[in-house]
Design a protein around this ligand. Structure first.
Ligand code: ZN
Length: 294
């Protein structure tokens, strides 16, 4: 016997050992955009080789729905209040989060606190309230012993300031768009950075440069579906004016991964193995969910 991977042939007869396994580390499968065909969307992703996705909640009212969706499809999830949802959030929502983290502490599919963070791009938001919710949720993650999933938009320095104040178990700064210096500051604290559809645009020079050059232990792959459509799904302003809107979905992940492979000079297999290892290192409970098929 020279076969080194006894689990490489699954019951369906497909040779799973040669098909790379992908992780979508950030996917809003619970979003209303998937209301009509949610189950089919995930089946397509499975068929494309996406083994698992992490579903980050964005507001307290969605916590149980996201959890149920993750369990229904064998996925992972995170609980948190998104910075763009903070304005509408009640102060008591932080207690709802604390209670949910306690109630589900033994749920192996609960892998992080998220999506939390700061958005300094969208005008008119209550910045003080965002800061307060960010710090409070970092503390809840620390108390729960969970990593976090961060939303970063023009806010990397603010996020890093919070990480200097509050001990954390690390995690993923998703759809990363900061500078090299900021990226390395996250990496130095053990954080991984998420890359997705934005990296597929040639004009996204800075993001592509980061994806190409950061230490190999840093990048993880994500779609952020239904948002951040890759270049091949992009609709320009004129098309959008005619009512054409692109919807990103987790089945796009393997094709997005090809961009990372090209940028880094990695083989597809190397890209899958490396980004899977990075996501598992960032979210240890996710790693435990990635058992080989029986
Ligand atoms: Zn998100």
């Amino acid at each position: 016997m020279i076969r080194s991977h006894p689990d490489s042939v699954n019951a369906g007869g497909e040779d799973a050992g040669v098909n790379p396994m992908w992780i979508d580390s950030h996917c809003h499968l619970d979003a209303p955009e998937f209301g009509a065909d949610r189950d089919a969307v995930w089946q397509r992703a499975r068929a494309a080789g996406v083994a698992i996705a992490v579903l980050p909640a964005v507001q307290a009212a969605h916590f149980e729905g996201v959890r149920e969706l993750a369990h229904r499809h064998g996925l992972a999830y995170a609980l948190g209040i998104h910075p763009l949802c903070v304005d509408a959030a009640a102060e008591g929502d932080l207690d709802v989060l604390r209670d949910a983290l306690v109630r589900h502490r033994d749920d192996k599919r609960l892998v992080a606190v998220g999506e939390i963070g700061l958005d300094w791009f969208v005008p008119g938001l209550d910045r003080d309230k965002q800061e307060r919710f960010y710090i409070a949720q970092l503390k809840l993650a620390r108390d729960a012993g969970l990593p976090a999933i961060l939303h970063v938009r023009r806010s990397a320095d603010g996020l890093l300031a919070g990480l200097r104040r509050i001990d954390s178990a690390g995690g993923i700064a998703h759809a990363f768009n900061g500078s090299t210096q900021q990226a390395l500051a996250f990496a130095a604290r053990g954080w991984r950075l998420g890359f997705g559809g934005a990296m597929t645009f040639e004009r996204a020079r800075r993001i592509r440069e980061l994806a190409a050059t950061l230490p190999e232990t840093v990048p993880v792959l994500e779609t952020d579906a239904p948002d951040i459509p890759p270049q091949w799904l992009y609709r320009n302003a004129e098309q959008r004016a005619h009512g054409e809107f692109a919807r990103n979905e987790p089945a796009e992940l393997p094709r997005i991964a090809r961009t990372l492979a090209q940028l880094r000079g990695w083989s597809i297999e190397q890209t899958a193995v490396r980004t899977t290892a990075n996501a598992g290192a960032a979210l240890p409970r996710l790693q435990a969910l990635l058992r080989p098929p029986a």
